[in-house]
Design a protein around this ligand. Structure first.
Ligand code: PNS
Length: 162
């Protein structure tokens, strides 16, 4: 039986830190689904379909493994997607204690809801300070985000001036 895991997130936009976690996770499972999910607690910058295509482009440009699928989910709980596709594991990247505090309640709720476990991966420390919200802020004020995001994202933000 193949082991399927899901890396969920807003990915608004995907960063080099996300890509690092995606690559590490892809090496641990037979199939890895990168799932763009609307976070009701955040106001979105980039439309979800565009976020999916930016991740697809970034995965391709980085030559990441072929067991990675990128899609989105808007039909309910994250664990409903996991049940639909037969995934038993969620993967999240942890940069600091702040991330641990943010992720822990979600991990426990997702386990209680559907028995889906969450595993945490440590990204390369080089990306520890990178977040989508910082990228949105820097890009929005006209700064250079190229050191923090895949080229496809930097080009998109530059061209759309969002
Ligand atoms: O990148 P983010 O914004 O930290 O990702 C958070 C996300 C989208 C994974 C989280 O908000 C989520 O799981 N949303 C789906 C709704 C859901 O299932 N909520 C209950 C479990 S926490």
């Amino acid at each position: 039986m193949s082991r399927i895991a899901v890396v969920p997130g807003s990915f608004d936009p995907v960063t080099l830190g996300h890509l690092d976690v995606i690559e590490r996770a892809a090496g641990l499972f037979d199939e890895l689904h990168v799932l763009v999910v609307h976070n009701p607690d955040k106001s979105a910058l980039i439309p979800i379909a565009q976020r999916v295509s930016l991740i697809q482009q970034a995965v391709k440009d980085a030559g990441l493994p072929a067991n990675i699928r990128v899609t989105s989910w808007s039909m309910g709980l994250l664990v409903d997607y996991c049940t639909d596709v037969g995934a038993s594991v969620l993967v999240k990247g942890i940069r600091s204690q702040v991330d641990v505090a943010y992720e822990t309640p979600m991990a426990i709720v997702n386990r209680n809801l559907a028995g889906v476990e969450t595993i945490f991966l440590l990204p390369d420390p080089a990306h520890a300070h990178v977040s989508s919200s910082l990228v949105r802020q820097v890009a929005g004020l006209g700064g250079d985000v190229a050191p923090y995001v895949p080229k496809a994202v930097a080009d998109f933000l530059q061209s759309s001036r969002v």
